[in-house]
Design a protein around this ligand. Structure first.
Ligand code: MLC
Ligand code: AMP
Length: 483
């Protein structure tokens, strides 16, 4: 067996160690391998397979089985709205959809065969290892405008990047990772699920995040916690109130935060109450993980550490020239090159070409570099990208959805700072006609976005205005909105 390039070596030689636990349901490696072989048989030679990614064992079995079959997995947010779902299945054309029993297919999925994932063992034989450069996942991510794009991640990127994380965090088969992240994005799926499976370790998924549930796990067998800053904010609140909870969290080997900036104040609150200093890492759907603080490294609040093995990072100025200084002050866009990169956006050669400059991927994130090489992210080039609760959301897609509503004449969507979500989505709406029920209309618009796109893209605030600030060219000046 080729340990180096086999994505999940332990599925080829399974034992009775626990692989996955969701509440009171769990699977050992032997059970997982057997169930995954059944899925692989069902998937056959399908090129792409959609997985209805509920936070359940079945999702993990579906992903492991489809990957073993050599298919690319398209994970779907089970709360996805009708418009977004239509786009994703239209774009990715999955040959099959895998879902946990009881799944009721929405209308748009009618043409796609659905296979209910059960945990019964298949023949136990897994197909030969697929090619390293073949697509493993197609993860949908928002841009500034238009519908989400499918990020095609090859097996090589997942394998190489997970090995780099294991090395940086001294992460081994002995670790039990706990988290409550959704299983349709890089953080919860690749790091939080495929990570432990690659190492032959264990993941405990909480189903739904609560500081108490995470602390209970860390008081038990769990050694590591992965979360987005919103989760750490809530953990900090509870740890300050509850010394027992703080003590349980203090037992962790490693707390890791990512997907959005962890404010220095949250870092300090957690370290004061629990004695733990959170390790921060920086990633993206297109690149998996770029940089992070090593387990043995200096856990400085506000810094996302050094490039992981296999990743090259440079900062460039507005003219695209390399920034050579490491003064922790000069800001530049982060460009990335390495074995961690995606191969392109599905069906979007135009967007793929635009995302690269001389073989370097342009992240759109803006950072400084300190004398010891530590990166500090200070912002983003695009104001139309919003990060709320760790989810990436494009202002344009929300504006388009709102403009379809008959009560909306004009709209601008922008981010406002939020202590819990990091950023919250605010929609500035010029109503079409007289407003008779402000609150009712605001709720209706919110629901409209949740239904069409997905609940996490719904505005948390709707502000009605008579007009939007525009420049001489007629372009909306979003920076003037909050004034
Ligand atoms: C509320 N709800 C609605 C609704 N209003 N449902 C339908 N219509 C409406 N109008 C429901 C929600 O579905 C949810 O249900 C509940 O109310 C709470 O809403 P929420 O908005 O989901 O909860 P919130 O408290 O805001 O969630 C916070 C959070 C979440 C931190 C738990 O934002 C989260 O899971 N974030 C993780 C994002 C992530 O994984 N990003 C990684 C991207 S990869 P219910 O049943 O769910 O409670 C990446 C790369 C990298 O960034 O570096 O990692
Ligand atoms: P996504 O497209 O959902 O994968 O989101 C990727 C984006 O999340 C990056 O481009 C960053 O803007 C942001 N991000 C991820 N991790 C961090 C972090 N540790 N600090 C700041 N921003 C982050």
């Amino acid at each position: 067996m080729d340990r180096a390039t086999e994505l999940f070596p332990k599925l080829r030689r399974p034992d009775d160690e626990e692989a996955l636990r969701f509440g009171d349901r769990a699977l050992t490696y032997r059970e997982l391998a057997a169930a995954a072989s059944g899925i692989a048989e069902r998937v056959g030679r399908a090129e792409r397979v959609a997985v209805w990614a509920t936070a359940e064992l079945e999702t993990c079995v579906a992903v492991a089985g489809a990957l073993a079959a050599g298919a690319a997995v398209v994970p779907i947010n089970p709360k996805v709205g009708e418009r977004e779902l239509e786009h994703i299945v239209g774009d990715s054309e999955p040959g099959l959809l895998l879902a946990a029993p009881g799944f009721q297919p929405p209308e748009v999925l009618r043409q796609i065969p659905v296979h209910e994932v059960d945990l019964a063992p298949g023949s136990g034989a897994l197909p030969p290892k697929p090619d390293e450069e073949s697509p493993a996942l197609v993860v949908y991510t928002s841009g500034t405008t238009g519908p989400p794009k499918g990020v095609v991640l090859p097996r090589r990127a997942i394998r190489a990047n997970l090995d780099a994380l294991a090395d940086a965090w001294e992460w081994t088969a002995e670790d039990v990772l706990v988290h409550a992240l959704p299983l349709f994005h890089v953080h919860g799926l690749i790091l939080g699920t495929l990570g432990p499976l690659r190492l032959g370790g264990t993941v405990h998924h909480l189903g739904k995040f609560s500081p108490q549930a995470a602390a209970d796990e860390l008081a038990g067998s769990a050694t590591m916690l992965f979360g987005v800053p919103t989760m750490y904010h809530r953990l900090a609140d509870d740890a300050e109130r509850d010394p027992d909870l703080a003590k349980a969290v203090g037992r962790a080997r490693l707390l890791v935060s990512g997907s959005a900036a962890l404010p220095a104040v949250e870092h300090e609150r957690i370290s004061r109450s629990t004695g733990q200093r959170v390790v921060e890492r920086y990633g993206m759907s297109e690149t998996i993980m770029n940089s992070g603080v090593r387990a043995s490294g200096d856990r400085r609040p506000g810094y996302v550490g050094l490039p992981f093995d296999g990743v090259e990072i440079k900062l460039v100025d507005d003219a695209g020239r390399d920034i050579e200084v490491s003064d922790d002050e000069t800001v530049g866009e982060i460009l990335v090159r390495g074995s961690n990169l995606f191969t392109g956006y599905l069906n979007r050669p135009d967007a793929t070409a635009e995302a690269f400059a001389d073989g370097w991927f342009r992240t759109g994130d803006v950072a400084t570099r300190a004398a010891d090489g530590y990166l500090r992210i200070v912002g983003r080039k695009a104001t139309d990208i919003i990060k709320s609760g760790g989810y990436k959301i494009g202002a344009g897609e929300i504006e388009n959805a709102l403009l379809e509503h008959s009560l909306v004449a004009e709209v601008a969507v922008a981010a406002a700072p939020d202590p819990d979500l990091g950023e919250r989505i605010v929609a500035w709406v010029v109503p079409a006609g007289e407003l008779t029920d402000r609150d009712g209309t605001a709720a209706e618009l919110t629901e409209h976005v949740a239904r069409l796109l997905t609940p996490h893209k719904r505005p948390r605030e709707v502000r009605f205005v008579d007009s939007l600030p525009r420049n001489e060219m007629g372009k909306i000046m979003k920076k003037a909105l909050h004034g």
